[in-house]
Design a protein around this ligand. Structure first.
Ligand SMILES: CC(C)(COP(=O)(O)OP(=O)(O)OC[C@H]1O[C@@H](n2cnc3c(N)ncnc32)[C@H](O)[C@@H]1OP(=O)(O)O)[C@@H](O)C(=O)NCCC(=O)NCCS
Length: 169
């Protein structure tokens, strides 16, 4: 299987915040943003894998900045690292000023997807080769995030989480 670059997987989705998608403070409802990010990230992971993918885990979400009603929101998702069947996918969320066009980073998140066959069983995905400095940073840190996710899910013994333990030694 030929290796791919993170850029090959990029999915960019731009949409507006409508009244039915807000909380009582008239900001984008968190669950709506989670769904939008899941959609964009699953397209990115599917592009990388060339297979059906399922969301295995939401590893990190930071709602740093509220997104008001009427905002133009751009979600950019890109695969940051692959393992055997799983892919870590980074999602950056931007808002855009309608007049000046100025973009501000609003949120970011990290989701894990698994490529599956027609029976829902995990299948191998192509390797990934980071190119930019940011892609290298995200690639390097992905293994400890995977180990943390597996430990929290009760799927890995903390004693085996070598990369994670190295952070505290
Ligand atoms: C995700 C799923 C395919 C994993 O299947 P499984 O039988 O547990 O398979 P495995 O234990 O072999 O795990 C497959 C891969 O997922 C990874 N994985 C599983 N759970 C994970 C978690 N919580 N965090 C990170 N990675 C995880 C494993 O590390 C493995 O990665 P690798 O092959 O790259 O090493 C299966 O649990 C599933 O279908 N879940 C439902 C998915 C779904 O419906 N999502 C929609 C939203 S609810």
């Amino acid at each position: 299987m030929q290796a791919k670059h993170p850029q090959d997987s990029v999915c960019i989705m731009t949409d507006v915040v409508l009244p039915g998608e807000t909380n009582p403070l008239n900001n984008l409802f968190g669950g709506e943003l989670l769904a939008r990010m899941d959609r964009a990230a699953s397209i990115a992971a599917g592009r990388h894998a060339g297979r059906v993918v399922v969301t295995a885990s939401v590893n990190h979400v930071a709602f740093n900045r509220a997104i008001p009603l009427g905002s133009v929101v751009t979600i950019e998702a890109k695969v940051s690292r692959t393992f055997n069947s799983s892919m870590e996918t980074f999602i950056d969320v931007w808002t855009e000023d309608r007049i000046s066009g100025e973009r501000k980073k609003a949120n970011e998140a990290i989701y894990t997807f698994v490529a599956v066959d027609e029976h829902g069983s995990p299948v191998k995905v192509p390797a990934i080769e980071p190119q930019t400095e940011l892609e290298h940073q995200r690639f390097a840190a992905a293994l400890r995030r995977k180990q943390l996710s597996l430990v929290l899910a009760g799927k890995m013994n903390p004693h085996d989480a070598t990369e994670l333990k190295a952070l505290f030694i």
